[in-house]
Design a protein around this ligand. Sequence first.
Ligand SMILES: [Zn+2]
Length: 381
Amino acid sequence: MEAETVKANLEKFCVFCGNKPEGKNKEHILPKWLLRMTGDEKRQIKLFLNKKTVRHEEQSAQSFVFPACEACNSEFSHLEGRASDVIRRLLSENPVKEADLNDLLDWMDKIRVGVWLADIVRNRDFNVVSRNFHIKTRVGQKDRCLFVFKLKEEYEGLNIIGSSTLMFHGWPSAFGLGINQYMFVNVSSDFLFMHRLGFPIWKNREFTEDGRIKGDMETGTERVRLPIVSFSFNIEHRSLFQPCFPTIEPDQGERMGDYLKSEYITGNLLTGNKGRLFDDRGQKMFSEASDSIQIDLSNLTAYSIEFLPTYIGLKILEIQLRLFDQFPDYSKMDIESRRFWRKYYGMAKRMNQELIKAAREELKPFNADGIRKLPKLPWKV
Ligand SMILES: [Zn+2]
């Protein structure tokens, strides 16, 4: 990697806006309320893979802090408060409103990008990508979905899944978050599924010579086509989908304007650039945005701790690979960039493929329902 990228990555920056922090503030990548909810907040946890030694490094859970501007920090602390409330309500099986789930998805974006930035800073000598975006420019800017799974065993702990891969390092679009007995998978990417919900489609995406992404926007079909996403989990879970238009990246934002005015889109928007919440059948989850519903997690089929984390890990690895196949065409970039991407993604792809193989091996003793197969009788009569 180029010396300049290393230097840029290591200079002090605000985790929210990416600029030199104004006013002294610290932001916990893993919020304190979440650490307290999942165990002793002073505990040691293994979160980051040291990409040189290929070992997970253990450190105090509270020590994942980043500099942040005072203003940015207080802006996001409101979201933190609302998200903690929503998670508590969901997990205690209380009703939630559509705006609550919108907050939850914003928060998932925040954690996902925060973990990614922390990984970049942790692996000082192994930064092949430059940190070209921060929390503020990624929250609520891309289609996003969330899948919820349940563990059979009573379990207390916080787990982050899928964030150590080179795929995630290059493109932090899919990860898993285990909060006690529940495991969440969060996937977010540009125009991932909005066209399946009848929203516009962004075709022929490619990198321009200067590294921006361009493509052709087309009006959507205004009807739902199933399945909403091309990956599936095949075990029981709850899911939610929210289409989001990018508004911050200027050349994309400009093009969105006209599409946001169509009657179909305005009828399916929750706020400025964010769509309503949809279920996996493409139905709106709430008839009115002000309604509240109960996402019933109590009757969700639960899976054993021997099976579920590995299975979810496998699925995240597969999703990361799949998203890579939708990567914009980079054949128009300069030769050096093309070589770089080919080499980097070749490496990243192999890593995921190897890990997928290992996970499949580990899952061999389980049947399609995640239940341990009965052993064959070792004797004959
Ligand atoms: Zn800032």
